[in-house]
Design a protein around this ligand. Structure first.
Ligand code: DGL
Length: 270
Protein backbone atom coordinates (compact mmCIF):
# COMPACT_ATOMS: atom_id res chain seq x y z
CA UNK A 1 0.00 0.00 0.00
CA UNK A 2 1.56 3.34 -1.02
CA UNK A 3 1.56 6.31 1.31
CA UNK A 4 -0.24 9.43 0.12
CA UNK A 5 1.99 11.72 -1.92
CA UNK A 6 3.33 14.78 -0.13
CA UNK A 7 1.60 17.26 -2.38
CA UNK A 8 -1.88 15.83 -2.43
CA UNK A 9 -4.70 16.71 -0.11
CA UNK A 10 -5.33 14.25 2.67
CA UNK A 11 -8.98 13.45 3.21
CA UNK A 12 -10.04 10.90 5.79
CA UNK A 13 -13.53 9.49 5.60
CA UNK A 14 -14.92 8.24 8.90
CA UNK A 15 -18.02 6.10 8.89
CA UNK A 16 -20.39 4.98 11.64
CA UNK A 17 -24.06 4.14 11.86
CA UNK A 18 -24.39 6.98 14.36
CA UNK A 19 -22.30 9.14 16.65
CA UNK A 20 -20.05 6.39 18.05
CA UNK A 21 -17.36 7.10 15.45
CA UNK A 22 -16.73 10.40 17.21
CA UNK A 23 -14.83 8.41 19.85
CA UNK A 24 -12.38 7.43 17.11
CA UNK A 25 -12.29 10.91 15.57
CA UNK A 26 -11.54 12.44 18.99
CA UNK A 27 -8.51 10.23 19.25
CA UNK A 28 -7.03 10.67 15.78
CA UNK A 29 -7.94 14.27 14.96
CA UNK A 30 -4.80 15.74 16.47
CA UNK A 31 -2.29 13.16 15.35
CA UNK A 32 -1.55 15.00 12.14
CA UNK A 33 -2.67 18.53 11.42
CA UNK A 34 -3.93 19.70 8.05
CA UNK A 35 -6.12 16.75 7.36
CA UNK A 36 -9.68 17.11 6.15
CA UNK A 37 -12.14 14.83 7.81
CA UNK A 38 -15.45 13.73 6.41
CA UNK A 39 -17.75 11.99 8.88
CA UNK A 40 -20.80 10.11 7.74
CA UNK A 41 -23.44 8.88 10.14
CA UNK A 42 -25.96 6.58 8.54
CA UNK A 43 -28.74 7.80 10.78
CA UNK A 44 -31.34 6.62 8.28
CA UNK A 45 -30.53 3.04 9.29
CA UNK A 46 -29.19 3.54 12.82
CA UNK A 47 -28.70 1.24 14.72
CA UNK A 48 -26.78 -1.38 12.77
CA UNK A 49 -26.57 -3.70 15.78
CA UNK A 50 -29.07 -6.31 14.57
CA UNK A 51 -28.77 -5.84 10.81
CA UNK A 52 -27.55 -8.60 8.52
CA UNK A 53 -24.08 -8.81 7.03
CA UNK A 54 -25.55 -8.50 3.56
CA UNK A 55 -27.49 -5.37 4.39
CA UNK A 56 -24.48 -3.68 6.01
CA UNK A 57 -22.11 -4.63 3.19
CA UNK A 58 -24.45 -3.41 0.43
CA UNK A 59 -25.13 -0.22 2.36
CA UNK A 60 -21.42 0.52 2.80
CA UNK A 61 -20.65 -0.18 -0.84
CA UNK A 62 -23.39 2.23 -1.86
CA UNK A 63 -22.23 4.95 0.53
CA UNK A 64 -18.55 4.63 -0.39
CA UNK A 65 -19.36 4.63 -4.11
CA UNK A 66 -21.35 7.84 -3.69
CA UNK A 67 -18.86 9.60 -1.44
CA UNK A 68 -15.97 8.78 -3.74
CA UNK A 69 -17.82 10.50 -6.59
CA UNK A 70 -17.56 13.78 -4.67
CA UNK A 71 -14.29 13.39 -2.78
CA UNK A 72 -10.81 12.10 -3.37
CA UNK A 73 -10.52 9.82 -0.37
CA UNK A 74 -7.07 9.11 1.11
CA UNK A 75 -8.28 6.65 3.72
CA UNK A 76 -11.57 5.24 4.97
CA UNK A 77 -11.95 4.46 8.65
CA UNK A 78 -14.90 2.24 9.44
CA UNK A 79 -15.39 3.51 12.98
CA UNK A 80 -18.04 0.90 13.67
CA UNK A 81 -17.22 -2.57 14.99
CA UNK A 82 -20.43 -4.02 13.57
CA UNK A 83 -19.71 -2.78 10.06
CA UNK A 84 -16.01 -3.72 10.20
CA UNK A 85 -16.50 -7.21 11.51
CA UNK A 86 -19.11 -7.99 8.88
CA UNK A 87 -17.77 -6.19 5.83
CA UNK A 88 -14.13 -5.10 6.02
CA UNK A 89 -12.49 -7.84 3.88
CA UNK A 90 -15.06 -7.44 1.10
CA UNK A 91 -14.81 -3.64 1.15
CA UNK A 92 -11.03 -3.79 0.88
CA UNK A 93 -11.39 -5.99 -2.18
CA UNK A 94 -14.02 -3.78 -3.75
CA UNK A 95 -12.40 -0.35 -3.47
CA UNK A 96 -8.95 0.86 -4.46
CA UNK A 97 -8.48 3.36 -1.60
CA UNK A 98 -7.17 2.07 1.73
CA UNK A 99 -9.82 1.04 4.25
CA UNK A 100 -9.24 0.26 7.90
CA UNK A 101 -11.74 -0.51 10.62
CA UNK A 102 -12.19 -1.06 14.32
CA UNK A 103 -12.83 -4.55 15.61
CA UNK A 104 -13.14 -5.80 19.21
CA UNK A 105 -9.73 -6.09 20.88
CA UNK A 106 -10.07 -9.66 22.13
CA UNK A 107 -6.33 -10.43 21.95
CA UNK A 108 -5.49 -7.35 23.97
CA UNK A 109 -8.02 -8.37 26.63
CA UNK A 110 -6.34 -11.79 26.91
CA UNK A 111 -3.01 -10.05 27.54
CA UNK A 112 -4.45 -7.69 30.13
CA UNK A 113 -6.72 -9.92 32.20
CA UNK A 114 -5.32 -11.25 35.45
CA UNK A 115 -8.33 -13.11 36.78
CA UNK A 116 -9.12 -14.64 33.36
CA UNK A 117 -12.66 -13.33 33.40
CA UNK A 118 -13.30 -11.04 30.44
CA UNK A 119 -16.42 -9.01 29.79
CA UNK A 120 -17.37 -8.42 26.16
CA UNK A 121 -19.85 -5.73 25.21
CA UNK A 122 -20.84 -5.54 21.55
CA UNK A 123 -23.82 -5.51 19.24
CA UNK A 124 -25.72 -8.66 18.38
CA UNK A 125 -24.45 -8.67 14.78
CA UNK A 126 -20.84 -8.42 16.00
CA UNK A 127 -21.30 -11.22 18.54
CA UNK A 128 -23.08 -13.46 16.05
CA UNK A 129 -20.31 -13.09 13.49
CA UNK A 130 -18.61 -16.45 12.86
CA UNK A 131 -15.07 -15.05 13.36
CA UNK A 132 -16.00 -13.69 16.78
CA UNK A 133 -17.95 -16.83 17.71
CA UNK A 134 -15.06 -19.11 16.75
CA UNK A 135 -12.60 -17.02 18.70
CA UNK A 136 -14.76 -17.01 21.81
CA UNK A 137 -15.25 -20.77 21.59
CA UNK A 138 -11.50 -21.34 21.41
CA UNK A 139 -10.90 -19.08 24.40
CA UNK A 140 -13.55 -20.73 26.55
CA UNK A 141 -11.09 -23.44 27.61
CA UNK A 142 -8.86 -20.97 29.41
CA UNK A 143 -11.01 -17.93 30.05
CA UNK A 144 -14.48 -17.07 31.18
CA UNK A 145 -16.00 -14.71 28.65
CA UNK A 146 -19.13 -12.91 29.80
CA UNK A 147 -21.06 -11.38 26.95
CA UNK A 148 -23.60 -8.57 26.90
CA UNK A 149 -25.26 -7.55 23.70
CA UNK A 150 -27.58 -4.67 24.29
CA UNK A 151 -29.09 -2.37 21.68
CA UNK A 152 -30.30 -0.31 24.66
CA UNK A 153 -26.72 0.50 25.62
CA UNK A 154 -25.99 1.79 22.10
CA UNK A 155 -29.18 3.85 22.20
CA UNK A 156 -28.37 5.29 25.65
CA UNK A 157 -24.86 6.25 24.54
CA UNK A 158 -26.24 8.03 21.47
CA UNK A 159 -28.85 9.77 23.64
CA UNK A 160 -26.20 10.92 26.11
CA UNK A 161 -24.15 12.59 23.39
CA UNK A 162 -27.29 14.21 22.01
CA UNK A 163 -27.72 15.83 25.41
CA UNK A 164 -30.66 13.77 26.67
CA UNK A 165 -30.62 12.86 30.34
CA UNK A 166 -29.80 9.21 30.77
CA UNK A 167 -30.81 7.33 33.86
CA UNK A 168 -28.10 5.24 35.52
CA UNK A 169 -30.53 2.59 36.70
CA UNK A 170 -31.33 1.82 33.05
CA UNK A 171 -27.66 1.00 32.41
CA UNK A 172 -27.44 -0.90 35.68
CA UNK A 173 -30.36 -3.08 34.66
CA UNK A 174 -28.47 -4.18 31.53
CA UNK A 175 -25.64 -5.47 33.76
CA UNK A 176 -27.89 -7.30 36.25
CA UNK A 177 -26.75 -10.77 35.10
CA UNK A 178 -23.16 -9.85 35.97
CA UNK A 179 -23.96 -8.78 39.52
CA UNK A 180 -24.56 -12.43 40.39
CA UNK A 181 -21.13 -13.54 39.16
CA UNK A 182 -18.73 -15.07 41.68
CA UNK A 183 -15.77 -13.44 39.93
CA UNK A 184 -16.37 -10.17 38.12
CA UNK A 185 -14.52 -9.45 34.84
CA UNK A 186 -11.34 -7.45 35.52
CA UNK A 187 -11.16 -6.52 31.82
CA UNK A 188 -14.01 -5.39 29.59
CA UNK A 189 -13.87 -5.18 25.81
CA UNK A 190 -15.84 -2.19 24.54
CA UNK A 191 -16.69 -3.82 21.22
CA UNK A 192 -18.80 -0.94 19.93
CA UNK A 193 -17.58 2.60 19.31
CA UNK A 194 -20.60 4.00 21.14
CA UNK A 195 -19.57 2.56 24.49
CA UNK A 196 -16.65 4.89 25.31
CA UNK A 197 -19.29 7.63 25.29
CA UNK A 198 -20.73 6.17 28.51
CA UNK A 199 -17.47 5.09 30.13
CA UNK A 200 -18.06 7.34 33.16
CA UNK A 201 -21.48 5.79 33.74
CA UNK A 202 -20.00 2.29 33.39
CA UNK A 203 -17.31 3.17 35.93
CA UNK A 204 -19.99 4.27 38.40
CA UNK A 205 -22.19 1.19 38.14
CA UNK A 206 -19.44 -1.47 37.84
CA UNK A 207 -16.77 -2.48 40.39
CA UNK A 208 -13.60 -0.40 40.59
CA UNK A 209 -10.30 -1.04 38.75
CA UNK A 210 -11.76 -2.64 35.66
CA UNK A 211 -9.71 -2.18 32.50
CA UNK A 212 -11.90 -0.99 29.63
CA UNK A 213 -10.39 -1.76 26.24
CA UNK A 214 -11.26 -0.44 22.82
CA UNK A 215 -9.58 -0.27 19.41
CA UNK A 216 -8.43 3.38 19.48
CA UNK A 217 -4.73 2.59 19.77
CA UNK A 218 -4.90 -0.07 17.09
CA UNK A 219 -6.60 2.27 14.64
CA UNK A 220 -4.02 4.99 15.37
CA UNK A 221 -1.22 2.57 14.57
CA UNK A 222 -2.85 1.60 11.28
CA UNK A 223 -3.61 5.23 10.48
CA UNK A 224 0.02 6.30 10.96
CA UNK A 225 1.18 3.49 8.72
CA UNK A 226 -0.96 4.73 5.83
CA UNK A 227 -1.02 8.51 6.22
CA UNK A 228 2.25 10.32 5.96
CA UNK A 229 2.73 13.46 8.01
CA UNK A 230 3.53 16.50 5.91
CA UNK A 231 3.80 19.68 7.87
CA UNK A 232 4.15 21.76 4.70
CA UNK A 233 0.78 20.73 3.41
CA UNK A 234 -1.21 23.88 2.83
CA UNK A 235 -4.80 23.29 3.56
CA UNK A 236 -7.80 25.15 4.84
CA UNK A 237 -9.83 22.88 7.05
CA UNK A 238 -13.06 21.94 5.42
CA UNK A 239 -14.41 19.16 7.55
CA UNK A 240 -17.76 17.83 6.38
CA UNK A 241 -20.52 15.84 8.06
CA UNK A 242 -22.86 13.79 5.93
CA UNK A 243 -26.07 12.36 7.35
CA UNK A 244 -28.55 10.15 5.56
CA UNK A 245 -31.77 11.35 7.19
CA UNK A 246 -33.13 14.60 8.55
CA UNK A 247 -34.70 13.82 11.92
CA UNK A 248 -35.66 15.72 15.07
CA UNK A 249 -32.10 15.52 16.41
CA UNK A 250 -30.36 16.96 13.37
CA UNK A 251 -29.87 20.37 15.05
CA UNK A 252 -28.25 18.69 18.04
CA UNK A 253 -26.09 16.55 15.77
CA UNK A 254 -24.85 19.65 13.94
CA UNK A 255 -24.01 21.35 17.24
CA UNK A 256 -21.98 18.35 18.39
CA UNK A 257 -19.94 18.40 15.19
CA UNK A 258 -19.57 22.20 15.15
CA UNK A 259 -17.77 21.92 18.47
CA UNK A 260 -15.50 19.33 16.88
CA UNK A 261 -14.42 21.57 14.02
CA UNK A 262 -16.87 20.38 11.37
CA UNK A 263 -18.51 23.28 9.57
CA UNK A 264 -20.15 21.84 6.46
CA UNK A 265 -23.29 19.69 6.73
CA UNK A 266 -24.83 17.76 3.89
CA UNK A 267 -27.48 15.11 3.42
CA UNK A 268 -26.34 12.19 1.34
CA UNK A 269 -29.17 10.79 -0.75
CA UNK A 270 -29.02 7.01 -0.53
N1 DGL B 1 -21.07 2.05 16.75
C1 DGL B 1 -21.34 0.80 16.17
C2 DGL B 1 -20.35 -0.28 16.55
O1 DGL B 1 -19.22 0.02 16.87
C3 DGL B 1 -22.72 0.26 16.06
C4 DGL B 1 -23.84 0.71 16.86
C5 DGL B 1 -25.12 0.31 16.17
O2 DGL B 1 -25.41 0.94 15.16
O3 DGL B 1 -25.79 -0.61 16.64
O4 DGL B 1 -20.65 -1.44 16.47
Amino acid sequence: MTKKSLTSQTTIFIFDSGLGGITIYNYIKNIFLNINFIYLLDNKYFPYGSKSKNFILQRLIRILQKISLYHDISLVIIACNTASITSLPELKEYFSFPIIGVTPVIDLAIKKTKNKVIGFLATNTTLQNYKIKNKINLLKEKYIIKIISSPKLVFLAEQKLLGYKIILSKIKKIFFPWYRLKIFPDTIILGCTHFPLIINELKIILPKNIKFLDAKKYITYKFKKIIKYNKNLLDIKKNIVYYTKINKDIGKIKNIFLKKNFHIFKKLKT
